[in-house]
Every structure is written in structure tokens, then in C-alpha cells.
Design a protein around this ligand. Structure first.
Ligand code: UT7
Length: 325
């Protein structure tokens, strides 16, 4: 029986030009470069320019992913943008991306699972393509968290940054895929009982305002470590793989302590872990596709290699994907 798999045909990312350092933050709030680095691993983050929107950044990342794949925008059947910071309440950022890229066929929609958004979008797109909804998709994570931060709250505003990453997914039949590339496992989880641990205190049907991000950091940290472990174990059980089979671990970039603890728990050596949190902070749904794009562009991630992705975020939502690049 021919088995289709959805493979990454290309990736791209975009970071806004403006760099905001810890030292700059320490001039406006009661914090320090030493505290932020030690507790989070973050040294700096990027901030979108005035007027620069989530869809603007997504379009640049998408164009770069299309160029890397050697494809045209009109080759794309589905555009999915994973974001919690869309340009407008509606329509979806994805339809703006679609229009800006000149795509008029197929479907475009946003997917909102906060920091787990890209993992959810990858699994969703894989299923959509396998179900025959098209041949190729743009899966994008793009966020402007700088717009929903309370810049007087030192416990949250130092953590996040802006940016966008994109991959082109293409469905291949077994005969065209001798390396068995593609998504090998996807495990998605949510537990809404914890929705007030990390949330935005506004919205169209509650306050009628956009609101600001609020988080019980220590509580989220504790859950993140346990829940990430749960979905990585599920991924290993489903594929029969172990940490030894991985070429790269590409975690969501929330906190270097969470990344290092997870890698240590599973015996993944540091040289196999892709880390961007120092220069980008937590960019929510954009962090994994940006890390993938950066590491593919500089030659670390190569075709045929096995990658483990994981994320955990507001909701709570969490998930993992094992894929052969
Ligand atoms: O991507 C979605 C998932 N998000 C996460 O995974 C984030 C998870 N949480 C974390 O990464 C960490 O909990 C934080 C980095 C947010 C905080 O680190 P922590 O080690 O858990 O610190 P804490 O919240 O327990 O705070 C320790 C102290 C407190 O002071 P007291 O009460 O001990 O006097 C805070 O007020 O650090 C203080 N503090 C700060 N000090 C300087 C909090 N923020 C800052 C700051 N600068 N920016």
C-alpha cells in the first residue's frame, strides 16, 4: 500500500530589526541583565516596528520558505498561521498572508494554541494534506507578543519577543519518498482547567479590549517540565525511537532551564539541542519554525535527519512531533 507522508520542502524566518537588550529593560523596570540571563537564558529579543503586523512578518518568512523550496506562492493549497496575536480579531491573519502572497485558491486559516501553536498546526496540516485537501501547505508561526505585554510587569515583559517562521509542507507518495521523510508522530494535548495560569486579560467577548498577558510563572514552569516529558514519552512509544535515534531536539524556546532539564531527562546531548532563546526570547508559536529555519539555513539540519519538536503553553496546551526532515 502506498503511504503518503508530508515532508518539509523548505523553511524561512524573519526577525524584526529592533533589538531590545536586557540592559535597556533594566533602565525602565526593576530588573537586571544577570537576573534575566540566569533565570531564563535570554539576553535580548526582537520587537516589531510600529505598524509591522503579524501577517507582515509571516509573509516575509513564507516568501523565504517558498524560495528555499523552489516553489511559487500559487503552488500552495493551504495557508495556516499559528498565532495568538493576529492583526485583527478577524479575519484570520492567514487570509492577509494569502492575499499578500497573491494566492486566491485553497484555504487559509489561523490556529490558536499559544506557544504550542506551531506543533498543533504541523499536525493539523499533516492530517489535512493526507485527507486530500491539497498537495502543499504553508505552515507559519508568527507573533507580535510585544503588543500584548504589560511593559510595567517585570515578571512577564522580559520573557517574550516578536518574529515569524514558516515551513512549506508537501505530501509525497511512498515511491517519491525513499528516505521515508515526513511527520512520523504527533501528540497534541490540552487541559483547560489551567487556563488562568497563562492568559490575556482581555478579548472581544469579555472586555472588548485586547488585554495584556498574565502568567503565574513558577506554576507554568512546573507544569511545563512534567507535560513536555509526557508528550516526548508518547512520541518515543509511538515511533519505537529513543533519544539515540534523534539528530536534533528542537524545543519551544521559553526558558533555557526548561530546555536543559528536558534534554537531561531524556539523555539528549547538548550538541543536539537547537537553542535560540538567548537572542529571541520566547516568541510563542514562532519559536520552533524560526529555530528550524535558522538551523536548516546554516547547515545543521540536513535532509533525512530525525527531529523531535515539543512545546507547551497557555491553555494549557502541549504537544510533540517526531519528523524526518
Ligand atoms: O511559553 C509558554 C510557557 N511559559 C513558560 O514556560 C514560562 C515558565 N516560567 C518561567 O520560565 C519562570 O517561572 C520565570 C522565568 C517566569 C520566573 O522564574 P522563577 O525562577 O520561577 O522566578 P519566580 O517567579 O519564582 O520569582 C523569583 C523572584 C521573585 O521575587 P521574590 O518574591 O523572591 O522576592 C520575583 O518577584 O524574582 C522576582 N522577579 C524578578 N526579579 C528581577 C520576577 N521577575 C523578575 C525580573 N527581574 N524580571
Amino acid at each position: 500500500m502506498t503511504k503518503s507522508r508530508c515532508v518539509v520542502a523548505g523553511s524561512g524566518h524573519y526577525l524584526p530589526a529592533r533589538v531590545l537588550t536586557n540592559d535597556e529593560l533594566s533602565r525602565t523596570i526593576d530588573t537586571s541583565d544577570a537576573w534575566i540571563r540566569q533565570r531564563t537564558g535570554i539576553a535580548e529579543r526582537r520587537i516589531a516596528a510600529e505598524g509591522e503586523t503579524t501577517s507582515d512578518m509571516a509573509v516575509i518568512a513564507a516568501e523565504r520558505a517558498l524560495a528555499a523550496a523552489g516553489l511559487k506562492a500559487t503552488d500552495i493549497d493551504i495557508v495556516v498561521v499559528a498565532t495568538s496575536t493576529p492583526d485583527n480579531t478577524f479575519p484570520a491573519a492567514a487570509v492577509s498572508v494569502q492575499a499578500k502572497l497573491g494566492i486566491t485558491a485553497g484555504a487559509a486559516y489561523d490556529l490558536q494554541a499559544v506557544c504550542s501553536g506551531f506543533v498543533f498546526a504541523l499536525a493539523n496540516t499533516d492530517a489535512m494534506l493526507k485527507a486530500g485537501q491539497g498537495q502543499r501547505a504553508l505552515v507559519i508561526g508568527s507573533e507580535t507578543f510585544s503588543r500584548i505585554l504589560d511593559w510595567t510587569d517585570r515578571s512577564t515583559c522580559v520573557l517574550f519577543g516578536d518574529g515569524a517562521g514558516a515551513v512549506v509542507m508537501e505530501c509525497l507518495d511512498a515511491g517519491d519518498n525513499p528516505q521515508d521523510r515526513g511527520i512520523l508522530s504527533a501528540h497534541l494535548r490540552s487541559d483547560g482547567r489551567y487556563r488562568d495560569k497563562l492568559y490575556v486579560d482581555g478579548g472581544p467577548s469579555s472586555t472588548g479590549t485586547v488585554g495584556h498577558l498574565r502568567m503565574e510563572g513558577r506554576e507554568v514552569f512546573k507544569h511545563a517540565v512534567a507535560r513536555i516529558e509526557d508528550v516526548i514519552e508518547a512520541a518515543f512509544d509511538a515511533t519505537g525511537m529513543t533519544a539515540d535515534d534523534l539528530d536534533w531536539f528542537v524545543p519551544h524556546q521559553a526558558n533555557i532551564r526548561i530546555i536543559d532539564a528536558t534534554a537531561k531527562r531524556f539523555g539528549i546531548p547538548d550538541h543536539k539541542v537547537i537553542k535560540t532563546v538567548d537572542k529571541q526570547g520566547n516568541t510563542s508559536a514562532a519559536s520552533i519554525p524560526m529555530a528550524l529555519s535558522e538551523a536548516a539555513a546554516d547547515g545543521r539540519i540536513k535532509q533525512g535527519q530525525v527531529l523531535l519538536l515539543e512545546a507547551m503553553g497557555g491553555g494549557f496546551t502541549w504537544g510533540s512531533v517526531i519528523m524526518r526532515w
